[in-house]
Write a protein that binds this ligand. Structure first.
Ligand code: GLV
Length: 331
């Protein structure tokens, strides 16, 4: 019997490709090119499933060109690259990779917060430039993380994992804002207090963004929000580009309206607002919050599990572990 054909749109671990080949005719992308929309569409010809990353946009136009497509498996927890409504309307199952990256991403959020507050990147760059000639009382003085007020916007799995680190590891006061409030027991366990968005902005010493990107979170942090923050505050974005208005942030950082920012995600990435590169008080990383060997392997395996089970293969046939629109399975 012919195996179903799938597309793996970006390079992944060879072991993952080998596993997928047990079930599918696999077209892959070992050179890891980022295909244009047209090229992606061309490669999807005849494919019933696709393993995608945040770089591949799956929208109505693409779906209409490929009525044979049944499943798109994102190797990411965020899925703003999918038009889920359009997929659901056409009976296309969408899956993502939650849970397996929660702790790793929370570690990175903390690392970025600490690097930003303690000016690690900025001071390291100065040292490399040969500018360290003497000790000075105020050389690269930053702000404390321990004991400070940790603000979290978006209190899902990753937000809660960051709160736990802050409350229990660093003695921080945790405040958060979210679409829905946590139950009392979870709030108590995290020592986290629910506040309005305005209070969050006004009170946080370190504000970490961990909310999903959608039309309603577009520019959730813009000029007006930055103006409410403390001049000593640090802003950390490990969520998605577009949640922060990067141009407004550049202005706020340049004017020292806030102290510093740590950014792992950007509007229009991998292109950056060039002004960010000129600012000393921002730590910039290339969207690597989930990038550890163990976690990237787990994400690739989970995406493969979703493809295999979701396309009716293997022992879990028909029961993909992490569907985004499970109503498609029922329908
Ligand atoms: C990465 O950004 C992810 O959504 O997993």
């Amino acid at each position: 019997m012919m195996k179903p054909a799938i597309l793996v749109a970006r390079a992944v671990f060879p072991e993952t490709i080998a596993r997928l080949r047990e079930h599918f005719e696999v077209s892959d992308n070992p050179d890891d090119e980022v295909w244009s929309k047209q090229e992606l569409s061309r490669r999807l010809q005849g494919k019933v499933g696709a393993l995608t990353t945040g770089s591949e946009r799956i929208d109505a136009e693409l779906l209409d060109a490929h009525p044979q497509l049944k499943l798109v498996a994102n190797m990411a927890v965020g899925y703003n690259n999918f038009d889920v409504e359009a997929c659901t309307a056409r009976g296309v199952l969408c899956t993502n990779t939650p849970d397996v990256l929660t702790e790793t991403t929370a570690d990175f959020g903390f690392a970025l917060m600490m690097a930003t507050a303690r000016r690690i990147a900025e001071s390291e760059h100065a040292l490399r430039r040969g500018e360290w000639t003497k000790w000075s009382y105020d050389m690269f003085i930053g702000s404390d993380v321990h004991g400070a007020t940790l603000g979290i916007l978006g209190m899902g799995r990753i937000g809660q994992a960051i709160a736990r680190r802050g409350a229990h590891g660093f003695g921080m006061q945790v405040i958060y804002h979210n679409r829905s409030r946590l139950d009392q027991a979870t709030e108590a366990a995290l020592n986290a207090r629910y506040v309005s968005k305005e209070e969050l902005l006004r009170e946080a010493d370190h504000l970490v963004l961990v909310l999903p990107y959608s039309a309603s979170s577009h520019h959730a942090i813009g000029e007006a929000e930055l103006a409410l923050m403390k001049p000593s505050a640090c802003l950390i974005n490990i969520a998605r580009g577009g949640i922060v208005d990067d141009a407004a942030l550049v202005r706020a950082l340049a004017a020292r309206q806030i102290a510093a920012a740590g950014l792992d995600v950007f509007e229009n990435e991998p292109a950056l607002n060039p002004a960010l590169l000129e600012l000393p008080n921002v730590v910039l990383t290339p969207h690597i919050a989930s990038a550890t060997v163990a976690t990237r392997r787990a994400m690739a395996e989970l995406a493969a599990d979703n493809l295999i089970a979701g396309l009716g293969c293997g022992p879990q046939a028909g029961r993909p572990p992490t569907p985004i629109n499970p109503q498609v399975l029922a329908g």
